[in-house]
Ligand binder design. Structure first.
Ligand code: HEC
Length: 175
């Protein structure tokens, strides 16, 4: 599923002839200064990018295991994430992985959300390419082999558009 996006074109950069468009340019400048660039973007995207990701069928499946009383929860599960609600998921994803044992314990302590999508354990757990190249300064034991493929647990790969939406959300600072 692809999230709805509006192209953002700063009006003041419009290559159109100046005079007739002046009022529009002024309006654009006014909006820009009253809201700030980031706010304008948020407003145009209608706010809750993470909520839209959370609401997809694929991410709804995570709570079958990653929630305090989940049926699929096992003793070796990654224990920090709580996908029960949009807000618990949003909050717990700001933490670090914990509770894993055996082959996977090397990623305990690693943040789910890194500085970029490529440096995020959450993305590495869902994207084979990112997983294969995963290497985070300070966490030498969280190697590609220590990251388990979570798409196997939800019945198949994420649709490309949804994976891209997740990466874009993280690359824009996970607002
Ligand atoms: C069937 C139960 C189950 C489901 C469904 C599930 N997980 Fe997991 N998850 C686990 C277990 C167990 C681990 C610990 C490592 C392992 O054994 O795979 C884990 C580990 C993780 C990790 C730690 C890094 C890693 O991959 O090892 C992340 C991140 C993660 N899960 C995210 C998710 C997300 C996001 C979803 C939904 C798209 C999801 N999981 C669905 C059981 C599940």
């Amino acid at each position: 599923m692809t999230l709805f996006r509006l192209p953002i074109t700063p009006l003041s950069f419009s290559p159109l002839p100046r005079a007739p468009w002046l009022p529009v340019a002024l309006l654009g400048a006014g909006l820009g200064s009253s809201l700030g660039c980031g706010d304008t973007l948020d407003a145009l995207e209608n706010g809750d990018t993470f909520g839209r990701i959370y609401d997809t069928d694929e991410f709804q499946t995570c709570s079958g295991c990653h929630a305090p009383d989940a049926e699929g929860r096992t003793a070796d599960i990654e224990a920090t994430q709580d996908w029960s609600t949009r807000d618990t998921a949003y909050t717990t994803l700001r933490g670090d992985a914990s509770g894993m044992i055996g082959n996977f314990q090397g990623c305990n302590g690693v943040p789910f959300l890194g500085e970029s999508a490529e440096q995020s354990l959450l993305v590495a757990s869902l994207d084979e390419t990112v997983r294969a190249q995963f290497s985070l300064p300070g966490f030498p034991n969280c190697t590609p082999d220590a990251i388990s493929d979570q798409t196997a647990k939800i019945g198949g790969p994420l649709p490309a558009g949804l994976l891209q939406d997740l990466k874009d959300w993280i690359d824009s600072g996970a607002p």
